[in-house]
Write a protein that binds this ligand. Structure first.
Ligand code: TXA
Ligand code: MG
Length: 354
């Protein structure tokens, strides 16, 4: 059990690097979400990640490094598209899937012949990676630092409250403040004939297409590629990223009337509301059984607040969450994807998704 986070400092980062060398777990801030890190080239260390998360072993992990040179050592080939994207967007919220080098353990890739790599754009993550590269492999495997099925953490407190019971006192959660982006990295598969986005995220499709000078398809599980041809992307489970509360994704126009109806139908339930700022709620917002958190109407600011808001409302014990559906535009792709998955979950109190 680990019950507190350690503020990131030169000294604590150095200590975190030596913990990684010893095979321990270190949760670290990145610009997207907090990651649960371990030495990515050590099988026992990687196994501890799966254990602490409660994640099935065949769900692959992303490897984090400090430089493009190190990223290349983890891959069997480095196509021109990788070069372009890495130069344009690293360090940053982008993960590249490439054919893996033999040095990458099966435990990391779930036995697949590809590997996900990324250079995170956060000063604490980069400082830790550099230290760890002097003392050890310099490769940190890190999934989002939540229990399988839960909402990703964007603050150290979310990591402690979610994963603390599954960590040891000798592990560490480095506190680097709130994550700026707030949703996970965009995953781009470069291992096939054409680049494909497997998970929309912090880097927009528009930016990727501009850098590649071509259009890029999104092929999550809802996409047009059959499930059997897709690599196992645990983030593509429909019920991923789900809070405990049952999520209703609702068009803003009918939001107030649906909430009013629900309050009448379910007199004992506590409802969390996430309307857009300025959205009309009529008189339903006066009800003491409601907790309202107004969400930004800008996609980037919305992403920044999304998981923190869901984690807060979950902790306040709301039974159901009503979320206003964002516009169906490219700018909202990552947020819409996460909201759809959150709404796809079953509310039986058990963990769902990853
Ligand atoms: O922003 C992020 O990507 C965060 C931070 C910590 O870097 N990490 C993160 O990791 O979201 P995780 O494990 O929660 O999600 C990574 C996703 C999973 O859905 C996994 O299946 C997929 O990346 N993935 C990893 N390696 C892959 C591979 N070789 N092929 C296809 N998908 C892969
Ligand atoms: Mg995750």
């Amino acid at each position: 059990m680990l019950d507190s986070a350690t503020p990131a400092s030169e000294e604590s980062i150095a200590r975190a690097a030596s913990l990684l060398v010893q095979g321990r777990l270190v949760a670290l801030p990145t610009e997207t979400v907090y990651g649960l890190g371990a030495d990515g080239l050590s099988v026992p260390a990687v196994m501890r990640i799966f254990q602490a998360k409660g994640r099935p072993a065949d769900h692959p992990l992303i490897l984090h490094v400090a430089s493009e040179r190190e990223a290349k050592t983890l891959t069997a080939n480095w196509p021109q598209s990788a070069d372009r994207l890495a130069k344009a967007f690293w360090p940053g919220p982008m993960t590249l899937i490439l054919k893996r080098a033999p040095v990458v353990p099966d435990a990391v890739t779930g036995g697949q012949d590809t590997v996900g790599v990324r250079i995170p754009g956060h000063p604490v993550a980069l400082a830790l990676l550099k230290q760890f590269s002097q003392q050890g492999s310099g490769v940190i495997a890190a999934p989002s630092a939540n229990r399988f099925g839960g909402v990703s953490p964007t603050r150290a407190i979310d990591v402690i409250l979610g994963l603390g019971p599954f960590l040891d006192e000798q592990d560490m959660v480095l506190d680097g403040g709130a994550c700026q982006v707030g949703v996970e990295s965009t995953i781009i598969d470069l291992s096939g004939e054409v680049p494909r986005i497997l998970r929309p995220g912090g880097l927009s499709r528009t930016a990727i297409e501009a850098a590649l000078a071509s259009t890029v398809d999104i092929s999550t599980h809802e996409g047009n590629v059959s499930a059997s041809t897709l690599p196992r992307v645990s983030g593509s489970l429909a019920s991923h990223y789900a809070p405990r509360a049952k999520v209703h994704l609702v068009a803003p126009e009918v939001f107030a009337s649906l909430v009013t109806t629900r309050l009448q139908q379910q007199p004992s339930r506590r409802l969390g509301l996430m309307p857009f700022v300025g959205q009309r709620l009529d008189d339903c917002s006066e009800n003491p059984r409601l907790i309202v958190r107004n969400m930004p109407d800008d996609a980037d600011r919305y992403a920044h607040e999304l998981y923190a808001t869901m984690n807060d409302l979950d902790r306040m014990g709301v039974d159901e969450l009503f979320i206003a559906q964002p516009p169906q535009t490219t700018a909202w792709e990552a947020v819409s994807d996460r909201l759809r998955r959150a709404a796809a979950s079953v509310n039986d109190g058990s963990a769902v998704g990853e």
